[in-house]
Write a new protein. Structure first.
Length: 194
């Protein structure tokens, strides 16, 4: 039994080179035209009111403009959105800005912006999850583990979040917690070799 545990951990630790990293931020022009991406970027704001902030009509317009600009001019989209964000605007705008910073590899700015979104709307699931992945990329494993665990407690149930959480726990010496997180990741994606 103990030997099986060691083998599982060795396998998972080796496979984490791919699985525990945040998804790559590279973009292509097709990425911004993908209807699934646009729906995800625009989000379900307000429909899942416990984990998604509301956005008003003017903020919907701003997000549509951002998507249109980001297709060819991501830097211009960032500048445009930076000008539109105010202390009272929806956390959804901060989330969108944090996502664009991440896509350009500006991880510290991304982290700060996701934190601002969470200051405005603490139960914002997607901002919490993304903050965890950014912190993982920055090597801030304790913060990453806290934010990924909070995202899971808010309802996030994808395998990559569990594997990333497991990686954080393992790196921090929390072996039992790491094993449980890895098990959940495998349970949700048994076909995955990562």
């Amino acid at each position: 039994m103990k030997n099986s545990f060691s083998i599982i951990f060795a396998y998972l630790s080796l496979s984490l080179g791919l699985a525990a990293k945040a998804p790559p931020p590279e973009l292509t022009q097709d990425f911004w035209n993908d209807p699934a991406f646009v729906r995800g970027f625009m989000g379900d704001y307000g429909f899942r009111s416990e984990v998604e902030p509301r956005i008003d009509k003017s903020e919907q317009f701003i997000l549509r403009e951002v998507v249109a600009k980001a297709e060819n001019q991501l830097e211009d989209a960032i500048v445009y959105l930076e000008e539109k964000i105010k202390p009272k605007t929806s956390a959804a705008l901060d989330f969108a800005l944090g996502t664009m910073y991440y896509q350009l590899g500006r991880l510290t700015r991304s982290e700060q912006t996701y934190e601002k979104a969470l200051d405005k709307f603490p139960s914002f699931l997607r901002a919490r999850k993304n903050l965890g992945f950014v912190q993982l990329s920055l090597g801030k494993l304790d913060g990453a583990s806290q934010n990924l665990a909070k995202a899971i407690s808010l309802g996030e149930a994808d395998g990559i979040s569990y594997v990333a959480l497991g990686y954080c726990h393992l790196s921090l010496g929390r072996v039992v917690s790491a094993e449980n997180a890895y098990r959940m990741g495998i349970l949700l994606h048994p076909q995955s070799l990562d």
